[in-house]
Structure formats: C-alpha cells, structure tokens
Design a protein around this ligand. Structure first.
Ligand code: GCU
Length: 615
C-alpha cells in the first residue's frame, strides 16, 4: 500500500505550494513487501548454516546503537566481519571471539550466559554460487526474541517473536565465493512483547532453531494448504499459492500411492484452488498415522511433502476425528530438551519427548505455550499424536495496545502459515490464562477470527482460568464464546486445597461445548519419598492425580485432558533450593528421564480408560 503525505489545507489554500517542500514532504513510501512465509520449508533442499558461529556478548547493544543511542545503519559489527584498522573500535573482532553453537540457546552453552538477557552478536562465513533466475532466502527456524540480520554488511531483515520461523531474502546481497552473515539476537523481555515480561518458562535466548539458505525459482510455492474436505467424502481440497507467478500458471498436486493427480491454474491472487477426488485414501489417526508422499509443483518449483489426511470438527459437545467422537488423552509439553536441558530442537529431542507421551498412553499432546518446531510436528505426524499448538498470548499482555495485537497476529500467521499441513495439529490455541477483561476478550476474539480466516479447517481453543466459589468451580469466562473448544486450567490439591479436595468439587460450566482440562497437577522432586500429604514427594504428586480422575469424570462435557506436565522444565520462578533449583517440578518425568509415581498412575488410567469417556 502506498502512503501519501498530504499537505495541510492552509498551505494549499494560500496557494503557497513550495515545490521543494512539496517534493520533500510528498514522499511516496514504497511499502516493504509482505514477508515471505514458507510452508513446509523443512521439505525443501537447503544449505545448512548450523554449526559454530563467532559470538560477541553486547549487553549495551553498542554494536547497533551509538553512544548517543542512535541506531547505526552502518554499524561496524555488520560491516566489518573482522574489525580492521579502519574501525575505531578494535575491541570487537569475531575472528577472535569464542563460538556459540547454532541451533541452540546460549543460556545452556556458557555458565556466564545462564541468566543473561540482552543482545548477542553472531557471525559466520559461507560460500555461495549465485544461480540464474533463482531467489535465495536466509531461513531462520527461530531466534528468541528480537533479531536483526545482515549479509555482507547489508541489512536483510529484522524479526520479533521467539518461536516461529521467518525468511530474509538475500538474493541481491550474496555473491559468488565467500560471504558472511551477521546476526544480533536480543532476548530481553518487553512489556509490549508477545509473550510479555512474566512467563513460567526459561527465556532461552539465541538462534535456537536451525538456520539455512533456501533457494527457489523466481516463481515459487510459498504457502499451500491441502486437506480432506469435511463436506465431500474422499475429496482433497485447498490451495497452492505461487509467489511471483503469472495468472494462469499451472499448479500440479500428485499423490502417487493413490494414483491421484490434479492440475489447477493460478488466479489473480496467486492462488490455485485445489479440489480432487481420491480413492482408497486411509485417513490419518493416532491409531493409524498414515502419511502420503504429496508432490506439489508449479513451473520450476516443487515440494515433496509428507502428509496425513483427516477431518476434525465439533458437533455439540463432541470432538469428532474422521467423523467419530474422540477423547483426547494427553499431556502438556514444553520445548525443553530432555537430559541436556535448554531449548529442544532436534529429531532426537522430539522422539524422546513424544515417545514418553506414547508410553504414557497418550493420543494427544498440548505443545505449550508457543509454537514448537518442525521436528516436533513431523514426529507427531509420524507417531500419531494429536496436537494443541499455541500462540504465546500468555498471562497479562498489553491487550489494549494495537501494536501488541499486530505482533500476536504476525506470530499467528507465521505459526499457521508454516505448519498448516500437519495432520497432527487439530487445535490452534489463542492464549493461556489471560485476565478476564474487556480489552483481553476483544484482543483474543480478533485473534480467533484471524485464525479462522487463515485456517477454517481446524478448531480454535484457549486455556482459560476458572472461578471458584467454595466447592464449586465455575467456567464462564466470556472468551469461551469465541472458542470451539474450551480449555481450562485448575490446580486443586496444589495451589488450593488438598488432593482430596477434588473429591467434593463440583463444576458449573456455562458453555455447551467440548471441554479440555488443559492443566492440572503438582510438583515433586524425583526420588523424594514420604507421606502422600507431604508436599514435593512423589507420593503427594501421585495423590493429586489419583483424586483428580473421579472429579473429572463428573464433568459431562469433558472431552480431553493435558495434565501439567510431561517433563520438569526450567523456569526462573522456581528457585526452591534442593527441590526446584530453577526447575518447575510438575513433570511426570524428571529432566533426567526419571519417571515419578504419578507417571504410572496416569498411565494406568489412560490404558484402562478409567478417566475420560471411553469412545
Ligand atoms: C500455569 C501456567 C503454566 C505454569 C503452571 C505452573 O497454569 O499455565 O505455564 O507453568 O501454571 O504454575 O506450574
């Protein structure tokens, strides 16, 4: 959209239109092109930039701001891969700097960075050979929280948000032979951030997910959405968007195993509508997580996807998967790496965490409280675990600040745009435990409407707080009206009452919609034993779980649960020496893989289906 600066009427009325002033003021600003979101980027060939990067810790951000705090357009960090004689600041030289591993948070790489919140500069060299008619993007899996990138000294992008992937076009700045990329990543928390200042998880900073170069033809498939029609049996529908294409350009979708193929033409909006019948398709489900190779092509571009096809919908208080009622036996999971700690970001991390969930008897996982990475989502597709994916609208954001809404919507677009073809994902969660205010409700209603527009094939939820009046708990948060499925968190037996309090707790629910108890539980240090009413022992945690099931079975429209949480995870809010030591200990498994008694209590209940309504 072009923006014109309109001259004040008085000036025009007086007829004094000084050309020089007019020329200066009438600046038609070329709006920056919309950022490119790549669906299925992990299915494309890429040049990995993972590995050791030079890293300089810059607490005062003097690499980007002058000593009078003006942002430097040609800061010496980004122009001089190694500080040379001409730079006045000889102290900053990447070639002499210690290294940081990418992808990885910096907190668990260096003791001195464990609690660090601030900017860190990264640099690495790479060789490149430009190709004709090819565009090239720097693809960043995630950089927490605010990040800036330069290639060969030229700024290529800036991004805010720590849990979604983004792409910086570098076509015009890379050249044959040696190149270098400089990044600044600042994990400082901000009041107007998404999330905001306060969270109950570790603020792992850095290039926390993979970084690569992705080449695409001049006209390329940036986003696509293929799914099973809810309305027509055995029909796959959706669309493929081809960036840079001419209207009428051909798109093809083929599923060789089903001997199914369709072609479509790109419209004025760059999208080609897809709709074709398939025979013999095996629907994806937790019991049968069938994945198909799907070839999506347009001109010179093609992507070999691996996708499952299923439907999910709500009917009354039922959640229907492939048309049949389902109860979601789940567990919540943070992206915390088992054993080593830090941000989870490998296939091994994903297989360990989701393997434990399968062992627990789950068909469902709540990936809290932010979008997890492609390794986790691919593993969920493979292993047959339904996913609740969440935008980090967590606790008390500045809900009356339009800039914060824009940030939340940007992260939602990145989350849905990149992950919309994972059969495992059935729920887009808008928020967690937000305060019941008018501003909050308006904010999240807007976010939910945006999510529905982006993806009408999935269900919208959020984890709500509940009200309590004595032994009666009430779910009547007005936000519930905007949701397809109501999530709610309760900590009976931990933050209130005793484990036995659940036996006499009744629930009043103001909505005839499916409910998911998205959190309950309590803390225990693995290996600490004592009486079942002795806090922090495994016995106490197990006792909480034991008393939950009867209460949950008394909630008629309960259709799922994701107790808090699979594995202990780091949080600065959890200092209790000798027990927490900066870990939230509500895990059923310790961060070192020790299963606590409550793991087996829940596992038995899931296996015998004594909690939740058996299908
Ligand atoms: C809250 C919150 C979680 C937090 C948990 C706890 O419900 O949603 O992020 O970790 O409680 O207190 O352990």
């Amino acid at each position: 959209m072009k923006r014109l600066t309109v001259l004040p009427n008085a000036l025009v009325a007086r007829g004094i239109v000084l050309t020089a002033i007019a020329a200066a003021l009438l600046s038609v600003c070329e709006a920056a092109p919309a950022p490119i979101i790549l669906t299925g980027a992990d299915r494309r060939p890429a040049t990995s930039l993972n590995g050791e990067w030079g890293a300089i810790v810059d607490p005062y951000f003097s690499g980007l701001f002058s000593f009078h705090h003006q942002e430097k357009s040609d800061g010496w960090f980004m122009n001089n891969k190694y500080t040379r004689g001409e730079s006045a600041l000889h102290e900053y030289d990447f070639s002499r700097a210690p290294k940081l591993k990418v992808p990885a948070d910096w907190n668990t790489q260096r003791e001195s960075l464990f609690f660090y919140e601030g900017p860190v500069w990264y640099e690495r060299d790479f060789t490149y050979q430009p190709k004709e008619h090819t565009r090239v993007f720097l693809h960043i899996g995630a950089a927490n929280y605010h990040s800036w990138f330069w290639v060969n000294g030229k700024k290529v992008c800036e991004h805010e948000g720590g849990y979604t992937s983004f792409n910086c076009e570098v076509t015009a700045v890379v050249h044959a032979g040696g190149n270098f990329v400089v990044a600044a990543v600042d994990n400082t928390r901000h009041e107007d951030g998404v999330p905001t200042l306060e969270t109950d998880w570790w603020n792992y900073g850095g290039l926390t997910r993979s970084v690569s170069l992705i080449e695409v033809p001049e006209a390329f498939i940036d986003q696509y959405d293929l799914h099973l029609s809810r309305a027509e049996d055995s029909v796959i529908e959706g669309w493929v968007h081809v960036e840079g294409s001419q209207p009428g350009a051909k798109v093809e979708v083929e599923i060789p195993e089903l001997a199914a193929k369709t072609t479509a033409a790109v419209g004025q909006d760059g999208r080609a509508a897809i709709h074709f019948s398939v025979k013999g398709l095996v629907r994806w489900s937790p019991e049968m997580p069938k994945l198909y190779k799907v070839a999506v092509s347009a001109g010179q571009d093609s992507i070999d996807e691996l996708m499952g096809f299923r439907t999910v919908e709500v009917r009354g208080t039922e959640i229907l998967l492939n048309g049949k009622p389902i109860f979601l036996r789940g567990i919540s999971i943070h992206a915390e790496a088992p054993f080593r700690g830090g941000r989870a970001n490998t296939d091994k991390d994903a297989e360990t965490l989701l393997g434990w969930a399968k062992e627990l008897g789950c068909n469902f996982v709540r990936l809290a409280h932010y979008p997890h990475d492609e390794t986790m989502l691919r593993a969920a597709d493979r292993m047959g675990l339904l996913v609740w994916s969440e935008n980090p609208v967590y606790w008390a954001l500045q809900f009356d600040n339009p800039k914060v809404l824009a940030k939340a919507e940007q992260q939602l677009e990145e989350e849905i745009g990149t992950s919309r073809n994972h059969a495992a994902i059935i729920l887009w969660s808008m928020a967690n435990e937000t305060p019941n205010t008018e501003a909050r409700t308006r904010f999240i209603e807007t976010e939910a409407a945006h999510a529905r527009e982006l993806d009408p094939t999935r269900l919208i939820t959020a984890a709500l707080l509940v009200r309590g009046e004595g032994h009666t708990k009430i779910i009547d948060d007005p936000l519930g009206k905007a949701l397809d499925i109501i999530g709610f968190n309760e900590y009976i037996g931990w933050y209130e009452g005793h484990p036995e309090s659940a036996d006499t707790t009744e629930w009043r629910v103001e909505y005839q919609k499916p409910l998911i108890v998205s959190e309950f539980g309590g803390g225990a240090k693995a290996g600490l034993h004592g009486g079942e009413n002795e806090r922090w022992t495994e016995e106490y945690q197990a006792n909480i779980y034991r008393h939950q099931f009867g209460m949950l079975n008394r909630i008629p429209q309960l259709r799922g649960m994701s107790p808090w949480i699979l594995m202990d995870f780091r949080s600065p809010n959890r200092p209790l020496t000798g027990i927490q030591d900066e870990f939230n200990r509500k895990g059923l498994i310790s961060d070192q893989g020790q299963k606590k008694q409550a793991f087996f209590i829940l596992q038995k209940a899931y296996k015998e289906k004594t909690v939740g309504r058996p299908e």
